[in-house]
Design a protein around this ligand. Structure first.
Ligand SMILES: [Zn+2]
Length: 117
């Protein structure tokens, strides 16, 4: 019988062999409304982005908001109060080896309602 060794390596083991492995952009991450609507931790934070690709949720300040607005090709700065940016890929999972943008599929959305208090 010819055996095929399937080696199931975890991420850190893989990283030893092939270098650091980027988080997989599986594209199916679901947002957590409570985390998304939680008070900001940073005093310069204006909004958050949520990456549906890798599940990354990050508070963002004015320069990053402006960057995302530019990626969206908006001509004027939108009011981001009560809103968040959803992206399809982010610096955590996006590829820049081709010089392309980290952020893709950017949209500005209303914060989801959080039930309870
Ligand atoms: Zn991501």
């Amino acid at each position: 019988m010819i055996g095929v060794n399937k080696i199931d390596m975890n991420r850190s083991e893989k990283a030893k062999w092939i270098g650091e492995v980027k988080p997989k952009n599986s594209g199916d991450h679901v947002i957590d409304p409570e985390k998304l609507s939680a008070p900001f931790g940073g005093n310069k934070s204006l909004s958050r982005f949520f990456c549906s690709g890798c599940g990354n949720m990050v508070e963002i300040n004015n320069p990053t908001v402006k960057h995302l607005v530019a990626v969206m090709n908006l001509r004027t700065m939108p009011n981001v109060t009560g809103k968040y940016f959803q992206v399809g890929s982010c610096p955590n999972c996006g590829t820049s080896s081709t010089g392309g943008p980290f952020f893709t599929g950017v949209s500005l959305r209303d914060l989801p309602a959080v039930s309870g208090q």
